[in-house]
Design a protein around this ligand. Structure first.
Ligand code: 13P
Length: 256
């Protein structure tokens, strides 16, 4: 099975939650629960101001740290922005790019997603690239067109070699924070489709090695069924990643 060539990645997207002190406390509670759970990569993506505390608290653990966005320029007059070099120098290894909340509320476009992806990869960050359809797009039967377009636009100019630092997160917008999860079959169908898009772009062999996560109301109760699917290689978890016991259960479900 191809799934066995890919290591699952369980990543928490904390969104705009937790202060620095709360970050330290959450990771101190989480770390003992993830000990020895090395069957998947574990990442927490915190707000920028929490990254230093997250990096300190995760020292000596199997938990890695990611940011939730990155600017595409290297430096300059971009008030309020954070560069890839800044993140790398801190020790941050991952970055979420193109989350639907950034697309919906902060003017993120396929073009700016692509610029961020290229800047992040050039600096050596591992990218968690988010794609996913809105409810009306699903209802109109254009889910595949939307995720294919988002995936292809985001990866314009990204080479096959660079794909070993790319994770795709399929996040149907209608399932985010709604408690309404895609069924395991629905999620598998789109994740498999995304892999076929990657195969078109980079060839079958490369496509086999790229982790494709599911995100959208994944929790301790539904993770095992989702993660058992052939093309679902982990999860990008919002709400449940803020509860150490629940996040640890999802990590446990990803061990096989
Ligand atoms: P929830 O798990 O809260 O639905 O959020 C999913 C998500 O947006 C992760 O990036």
């Amino acid at each position: 099975m191809n799934k066995s060539v890919r290591k699952a990645v369980i990543a928490g997207n904390w969104k705009m939650n937790k202060t620095p002190a709360q970050t330290t406390a959450l990771i101190q509670e989480l770390a003992p629960l993830t000990k020895g759970q090395d069957g998947c990569d574990i990442v927490v993506c915190t707000p920028f101001v929490d990254l230093a505390n997250a990096l300190e608290a995760t020292k000596g653990t199997n938990i890695k740290v990611g940011a939730q966005n990155v600017h595409f320029e290297a430096a300059g007059a971009f008030t309020g922005e954070i560069s890839a070099e800044m993140l790398c120098e801190m020790g941050v290894e991952y970055v979420i790019i193109g989350h639907s909340e950034r697309r919906q509320y902060f003017g993120e476009t396929d073009e700016t997603v692509n610029k961020r992806v290229k800047a992040a990869l050039a600096s050596g960050l591992t990218v968690i690239l988010c794609v996913g359809e809105m409810l009306d797009e699903r209802e109109n039967g254009i889910t595949n067109e939307i995720v294919a377009m988002q995936t292809k636009m985001a990866l314009l100019g990204v080479t096959a070699d660079q794909m070993n630092k790319v994770i795709i997160a399929y996040e149907p917008v209608w399932a985010i924070g709604t408690g309404k999860t895609a069924t395991a079959d629905q999620a598998e169908e789109v994740c498999a489709f995304i892999r076929s898009v990657l195969a078109d772009l980079y060839g079958e062999e490369a496509a086999k090695t790229v982790p494709v996560q599911y995100g959208g109301s994944m929790n301790a109760g539904n993770a095992a069924e989702l993660l058992a699917k052939e093309n679902i290689d982990g999860g990008l978890i919002g709400g449940a990643s803020l509860k150490p016991a629940d996040f640890a259960k999802i990590i446990q479900a990803a061990q096989n």
